[in-house]
Design a protein around this ligand. Structure first.
Ligand code: ATR
Length: 267
C-alpha cells in the first residue's frame, strides 16, 4: 500500500517540501506520497488522532504548529527538547516521536567549511533562531550572541541557552565570524528590498541567510560584494528535508540531485 506523508501548517502557502520528498520517493523507488495539509490550529488535535488511526508514516510540521504539536507526541528527541520545537514526526516501534531537523539543516552547510569561526551572531529570536543556537552549540562555536527587534524575546532565548543578548540597534557594533539571519527580512514580497544587516561586514565573515526565496537575498548579495563567504537558505531547507527523508525511510536521497530538483522548482 502506498505510504502516506505530508506537511501541516497554516497558512501553508507554497511549500517546496512535496517537491523534495516526492522526487526522492520516485528516484529511490519508494511507494509513497507526500501531500500538503493546510491545517488551522483548532484542527490540530483531531488531525493528530487521524494521523495515528490512518497510520500516516510521517509529518513535516511548520508554523504555527511547531510547539503546540508537542503535546500530541509520545516521545521527543534530545534535539527537539533542546530547541523546544518539532518540525518532524516519525514512528518507531509503534511510538510517535518528534524531532527537529532544522538543526541538521542549519549545521550541514557549516560542516563543509574548512574552518569554523569562533563567534556567531544570530539575528532574530523565533523558532528558527532557537534551532540555530542549538546547531551552533553542537558545532562548538565558542561565542553565540543574539539580537532581535523585540529585545524581550531575545532575552528569553538568552536565558534559555545562556547566551549574550545585544540590542537590535547595536548589532552593527559587533564583529562576529558568522552572521546568521533567521528573520524574514529580504524574503520575496514586501520584505524583498530589506536586509537585517546594514553595517560593514566583518572581514572574512560568513554570512548565512535562512531565507531561500529569493535564492540570493539582498543580504547575501551585499555580503558577497564585500568579500564574505555566503550560504544560501536553500541549503538549510534542503538538509532539513533530507534529514526527514532519512528518518522516515532509512534511505539517503543524494543532496546534489535533490538540490537540482529544488533549484528547478524555484526557477
Ligand atoms: P520562525 O519560527 O521562522 O523563526 P518567528 O517565530 O515568527 O518565525 O520569528 C521571526 C523573527 O523575525 C522574530 O525574531 C521577529 O522579531 P520580533 O520578535 O521583533 O517579532 C523577526 N522579525 C520579523 N519581522 C521583522 C522585521 N521587519 N524586522 C526585524 N525583525 C523581524
Amino acid at each position: 500500500m502506498t505510504q502516506k506523508y505530508g506537511i501541516i501548517g497554516w497558512p501553508l502557502g507554497h511549500t517546496l517540501s512535496p517537491t523534495l520528498h516526492n522526487s526522492g520517493f520516485k528516484r529511490l523507488g519508494i511507494d509513497a506520497e507526500y501531500v500538503a495539509w493546510p491545517l488551522e490550529p483548532v484542527g490540530l488535535s483531531d488531525f493528530m488522532q487521524r494521523f495515528r488511526d490512518d497510520k500516516v508514516q510521517g509529518l513535516s510540521v511548520t508554523i504555527p504548529h511547531k510547539r503546540t504539536v508537542m503535546r500530541f507526541l509520545d516521545e521527543m528527541t534530545f534535539r527537539a527538547k533542546s530547541v523546544g520545537a518539532v518540525n518532524t514526526i516519525f514512528w518507531r516501534e509503534g511510538v510517535v516521536w518528534g524531532e527537529n531537523t532544522d538543526v541538521d539543516g542549519l549545521i550541514e552547510p557549516l560542516r563543509l567549511l574548512k574552518k569554523l569561526p569562533e563567534s556567531a551572531l544570530v539575528l532574530g529570536a523565533g523558532g528558527a533562531a532557537r534551532a540555530a543556537v542549538v546547531g551552533l552549540r553542537e558545532l562548538e562555536v565558542g561565542e553565540i550572541i543574539v539580537a532581535n527587534r523585540t529585545r524581550s524575546k531575545a532575552e528569553i532565548l538568552g536565558h534559555d541557552f545562556n547566551i549574550r543578548v545585544v540590542d537590535w540597534e547595536k548589532r552593527h557594533e559587533l564583529s562576529p565570524g558568522i552572521i546568521l539571519n533567521t528573520t524574514p527580512l529580504g524574503m520575496s514580497g514586501d520584505m524583498v528590498g530589506l536586509t537585517p544587516w546594514e553595517g560593514d561586514f566583518p572581514t572574512g565573515s560568513i554570512v548565512y541567510d535562512i531565507v531561500y526565496n529569493p535564492l540570493r537575498t539582498r543580504l547575501l548579495n551585499e555580503a558577497e560584494q564585500a568579500g564574505c563567504t555566503v550560504i544560501e537558505g536553500i541549503e538549510m531547507f534542503l538538509h532539513q528535508g533530507l534529514a526527514q527523508f532519512r528518518l522516515w525511510t532509512g534511505r539517503k536521497y543524494d543532496a546534489g540531485k535533490a538540490r537540482k530538483v529544488l533549484l528547478e522548482a524555484l526557477g
